[in-house]
Design a protein around this ligand. Structure first.
Ligand SMILES: Nc1ncnc2c1ncn2[C@@H]1O[C@H](COP(=O)(O)OP(=O)(O)OP(=O)(O)O)[C@@H](O)[C@H]1O
Ligand SMILES: [Mg+2]
Length: 319
């Protein structure tokens, strides 16, 4: 049964109702990104590769082969700015490879893609991140032998301690360093990791490492954050807080693309869902439409026979 009870603050709240409640709040942000994106996407056809009103990332004819396998074969794909887009599909569909290609961690055999209007072919992963598109990894890449806080600091642009400027203008760098540490601590607080800031990252649980990686990705204030299975291994008690963070990011104006097998998460926070199978985009649309599409259910059940796409049991678990 779909979740119809709406109580702000309860786990897996109903987003449209939560948005409505928030927009009545006089304290709410001046720009209602969730409302804007919902309105814009309401006019978009539910077709693979469809054009969107205000795309932040656009990919054309992007292919990547490994031996005989076309891991990615995307004709046209757009991600709407200020939206939360879910990229779903069975194991081996090419989701992680697509992330790698877009963010400069791998090179496609063919294709072009633009982030915020800038061509990214042959742009390095570091430069892509500096331009405002930051990703996390399916298998986390936090530095186990650094502290949690130090992991955050290496995610910051213009790190203190680098280059000549620091020795020339020590006061300037001191204040920048302070600013960065304050930002890191506030993100750690938001991700419930502040108490652990001086612990080695290696001592964190798998779920906490995921949170740390996401917090670190946010140090550079990205325009688009790409999360590869952010929920995998995160314990149910933390899941709701992770969902809230992702929705908050969108509401503050950040665009989010995330890969996820947890259909409850997809259904409750995504503005738009894109389905990938065998390297291609095979379906797109709002969560409820896409998940009721028999072709999608078939593609999924091929690999996830135990998943009921309409199952809300996780909701009860968390409640
Ligand atoms: N470095 C590589 N070398 C060879 N084959 C690869 C490589 N990376 C990915 N592949 C293959 O490309 C295909 C797509 O893999 P990818 O990891 O992108 O899928 P995915 O959708 O992220 O799957 P999952 O949901 O399991 O994470 C798979 O067949 C995989 O085996
Ligand atoms: Mg993957």
């Amino acid at each position: 049964m779909p979740d119809t009870t709406v109580q702000t603050g309860t786990p897996f709240q109903d987003l449209p109702a939560a948005r409505a409640a928030r927009s009545e709040d006089p304290q709410s942000a001046a720009v209602d990104y969730s409302g804007t994106v919902a309105k814009d996407l309401a006019y978009v056809e539910h077709e693979p590769g469809v054009h969107k009103p205000d795309p932040i990332l656009v990919a054309d004819n992007v292919t990547r082969r490994f031996g005989g396998i076309a891991a990615v074969d995307v004709g046209h794909f757009e991600i709407e700015r200020h939206g939360i887009t879910a990229l779903i599909g069975p194991n081996g569909a090419g989701k992680t490879t697509f992330f790698n290609l877009m963010t400069g961690f791998d090179k496609p055999d063919t294709g072009t893609w633009q982030f915020d209007g800038n061509d990214l072919a042959s742009v390095s992963s570091e430069k892509v991140a500096r331009m405002g598109m930051v990703r996390t990894f399916q298998l986390t890449k936090v530095m186990n032998r650094l502290t949690v806080l130090d992991n955050m600091l290496i995610g910051a642009p213009d790190q203190p301690g680098e280059g000549m400027l620091r020795s020339l203008f020590p006061m300037l760098w001191k204040s920048r360093e302070k600013e960065i540490i304050t930002q890191a601590e506030s993100l750690l607080d938001r991700f419930l990791l502040l108490k652990k800031k001086d612990d080695y990252a290696g001592s964190l649980s798998g779920g906490q490492r995921k949170l740390l990686e996401m917090a670190r990705a946010l140090m550079s204030n990205p325009q688009l954050v790409m999360l590869d299975e952010p929920m995998a291994g995160v314990n149910p008690a933390l899941k709701q807080s992770l969902l809230d963070h992702i929705v908050a990011l969108r509401d503050e104006g950040t665009s989010v693309l995330f890969v996820e097998h947890d259909m409850n998460m997809v259904r409750h926070i995504a503005d738009w869902v894109t389905v990938m199978a065998e390297g291609k985009i095979v379906a797109e649309g709002p969560p409820r439409d896409v998940m009721n599409d028999p072709a999608v259910v078939d593609a999924y059940l091929g690999a996830h026979a135990n998943i009921d796409l309409g199952d809300d049991s996780v909701l009860q678990d968390v409640e």
